[in-house]
Design a binder for this molecule. Structure first.
Ligand code: PLP
Length: 394
């Protein structure tokens, strides 16, 4: 058995070095808490990079997956399985109707959406997809090309053709970018990696109108903003409009790797048998997990909790902002999707919080990202804000 340093050495020797890692080995998770090899407890306010949206090892997910493990683990997609069919129905009925394609990650869900759009436009030779500056859509070649951040593209040329980026929340820029070969607009209603940038109400409405007028698919990437984090099941539901396709992953599986693309009825025939696939996509295990996530959201009233706790956390953070106006510039938020914009770089604060047993994240250099479990408790928020306040005071 390796000790902490032994595990880190093994990883640093044998795992490809594509991540910046903090030197800790986590061995146990429950709710908002994690424990390391030495038994130290951490309060996790950025659980699993937004994957463990219900918190770690949620009882409903553990029970559902344990039950499913004893029945059947994998069914290939040329047969049928109950958890997949049931999950598709629930995603469809809880969003905008239509059908679902299952895969394993956010990038894969966005790849599916890109292929859907290209298939729709292929007869007319339309293939261009417009995305937003500061967006993030994944790390595959097409999705990193769709991503509106240069840093993810460096070293990977030549990139696929047919993507253009425009400023977020700028309808004139979008109108200007639309041409005869444009087939889709892909947008996160709330940009996550981009620094918690929230789409304006009017912008989203105009966007929908524009896409209708030009016969352009409107694709919402809800990989990070979906599954209750924004206080509604999907962030687009704040805007009173519907997308043509929506992508999901992260929290959908309660920690299990699942991605999904929901496609509106009008477009379901664009992808026909043989045009797209994913061997592991929608396996009984991950779908049982995702069904349990939906059960938890519905039966444990977690949207209500996300809104209530989001308001409470915001109040506490605004108090911090008033106390430290030189450090905190702005707080961007939708329920439990929160960005604290600093006047300084955020890395040092994240590191100091970690040492005191609080996990948070920093994106875009100066935005602290706080996205606790949507089942978070008031006492956990108090504890997190106390640590953050002590760190900022220093
Ligand atoms: N889309 C958004 C909005 C994301 O935030 C992410 C990941 O952070 C992705 C797509 C890519 O998801 P994955 O890492 O599961 O491929």
């Amino acid at each position: 058995m390796e000790d902490t340093q032994g595990v880190i050495n093994l990883c640093n020797t044998y795992v490809l070095n594509t991540y910046t890692r903090t030197p800790v080995v986590f061995v146990k998770g429950k709710g908002s808490y994690l424990w390391d090899e030495e038994g130290k407890r951490y309060l996790d306010f950025f659980p699993g990079w937004a994957v463990s949206g219900l918190g770690h090892c949620h009882k409903r997910v553990v029970n559902a997956v344990s039950r499913q493990l004893k029945e059947i683990i994998h069914v290939s997609n040329n047969y049928y399985s109950k958890p997949q069919s049931q999950l598709a129905e629930r995603l469809s009925k809880n969003s905008f109707g239509g059908r679902v394609f299952f895969c394993n990650s956010g990038a894969e869900a966005n790849e599916a959406a890109i292929k859907l759009a290209r298939a729709y436009g292929s007869e007319e030779g339309r293939y261009k997809i417009i995305t937003m500056d500061k967006s993030f859509h994944g790390r595959t070649l097409a999705t990193l090309t769709a991503t509106g951040q240069d840093k993810v593209k460096k070293g990977f040329a030549p990139l696929p053709e047919g993507f253009e980026h425009v400023p977020f929340n700028d309808i004139s820029a979008l109108k200007e970018a639309i041409d005869d070969i444009t087939v889709a607009v892909m947008i996160e209603p709330i940009q996550g990696e981009g620094g918690i940038n929230i789409a304006d109400n009017d912008y989203m409405k105009e966007l929908r109108t524009l896409c209708n007028a030009k016969d352009i698919l409107l694709i919402f990437d809800e990989v990070q903003s979906g599954m209750g984090r924004s206080g509604k099941l999907f962030a687009y539901q704040h805007y009173g409009i519907l997308p043509d396709a929506m992508t999901l992953a992260k929290s959908l599986g309660g920690g299990f790797p699942i991605g999904a693309m929901v496609v509106a009825d009008k477009f379901v025939d664009c992808l026909k048998p043989g045009m797209h696939a994913s061997t592991f996509g929608g396996s009984p295990i991950v779908c049982a997990a995702a069904n349990a996530v939906l059960d938890a959201i519905e039966k444990d009233r977690l949207l209500e909790n996300a809104n209530k706790m989001g308001d409470y956390l915001l109040k506490q953070l605004n108090r911090l902002k008033r106390r430290y106006p030189k450090i905190i510039n702005n707080i961007k938020h939708k329920a439990l999707m929160i960005g604290i914009e600093l006047n300084i770089e955020g890395k040092d604060i994240v590191d100091r919080c970690f040492k005191r047993g609080l996990l948070i994240n920093c994106t875009q250099v100066n935005i602290l990202r706080i996205m606790p479990s949507i089942a978070v408790k008031r006492s956990e928020i108090n504890k997190a804000v106390k640590i953050l306040s002590e760190v900022i005071a220093k």
